[in-house]
Design a protein around this ligand. Structure first.
Ligand SMILES: [Zn+2]
Length: 323
């Protein structure tokens, strides 16, 4: 039987519908094939991605992570930040930032094979860029995300993430922050903290936890094998993480990716950092991993609801048991 579950965090419903799953045990995705020959992110090919913004180097001076402007940028930092009326309609200039984080020099290193050092360098790179961009008071919203695989929108195989920063807060983000604020005013705790405490109490959907972080399949998972990674105690943004907490976040990311790859193969996914520009007491930062196993179709586009054929209980059990 299907059930319709409400997601408090995202204010939307999801139809959990196991009947829709045509091949119950077949989750593995075939690997995409991309050429290494013309990869602009290779060591020695740095001229293909000029104007390096930031890098972390090892003791030999070789880069571990590298940040460059996106050559196919959607937004431009040199645009003026303005909006205008066009008769009945309104538009804004394409002001903003669009950067690429090259996560490793290794073209074929999937995230399940990242070392703790890889993950730590990745997280430090994100924090550095967010901190630097947030100095620009014209930027109101910074989104870090990773697309892996063609179904997730990636066009390059080489492991990379992107940062898009805009001069305004997108409406859905504004709504989420407002819902979080409304909840905090009543309960004096963040909504996500209450969700985490409840998930830890029930335990069934918890996939992995360490001292400071927990990974779980949310009650109203919008996608099959969706995972949320969040701090057990209130932390507003990633910029507040101590060295010890960066290490623990790296550790849980490493573990969760290993589990996902062991269960789903070289799966396509988006990883989204829900990380506000400035810490507020009403919001807890979190990381969302969204495997793109099934395509989003007409109903989903029309209603903004999702149909998820894999219950989070089944997903959590598989991910908990593997490895
Ligand atoms: Zn490459």
């Amino acid at each position: 039987m299907s059930t319709i579950r409400y997601c408090k965090l995202r204010d939307t419903d999801v139809i959990i519908s196991p009947k829709r799953l045509h091949r119950p045990t077949q989750f593995h995705t075939p690997t995409d094939h991309y050429d290494i020959d013309e990869c602009p992110f290779e060591v020695g090919n740095e001229d293909a991605t000029p104007n390096e913004i930031y890098s972390i180097k090892d003791k030999n001076g070789d880069w571990i992570t590298r940040v460059v402007p996106n050559l196919y940028n959607a937004l431009d930092i040199h645009e003026e930040n303005s909006s205008k009326r066009e008769g009945f309609f309104t538009s804004k200039s394409a002001f903003g930032a669009h950067e690429v984080i090259i996560e490793t020099p290794s073209h074929d290193k999937t995230a399940d094979r990242y070392t703790l050092e890889n993950w730590e360098a990745y997280l430090k790179t994100i924090n550095h860029r967010v901190e630097d961009l947030s100095q620009d008071s014209r930027l109101k919203y910074i989104q870090v995300f990773k697309n892996h695989g063609s179904r997730a929108g990636a066009t390059l195989r080489h492991p990379h993430s992107q940062i898009i920063a805009t001069g305004f807060v997108p409406s859905e983000v504004k709504n989420e922050l407002q819902r979080a604020k409304d909840y905090y005013e009543i309960h004096n705790r963040t909504l996500l903290q209450d969700i985490i405490n409840e998930e830890l109490r029930i335990g069934e959907r918890v996939i992995y936890e360490n001292n400071s972080f927990v990974a779980f399949a949310p009650f109203a998972s919008l996608y099959p094998f969706e995972v949320i990674i969040a701090p057990k105690e209130q932390i507003g943004t990633m910029s507040e993480l101590t060295q010890v907490k960066i290490h623990e976040l790296a550790q849980i990311l490493k573990n969760v990716h290993k589990k996902l790859y062991a269960t789903l193969g070289d799966f396509h996914y988006n990883m989204i950092f829900k990380n506000p520009l400035t810490a507020v007491e009403s919001y807890t930062f979190y990381i969302q991993i969204i495997p793109r196993i099934y395509m989003i179709a007409g109903f989903e586009l029309a209603s903004e609801m999702r149909i998820n054929p894999v219950s989070p209980e089944v997903a959590a059990k598989k991910l908990k048991e593997v490895l």
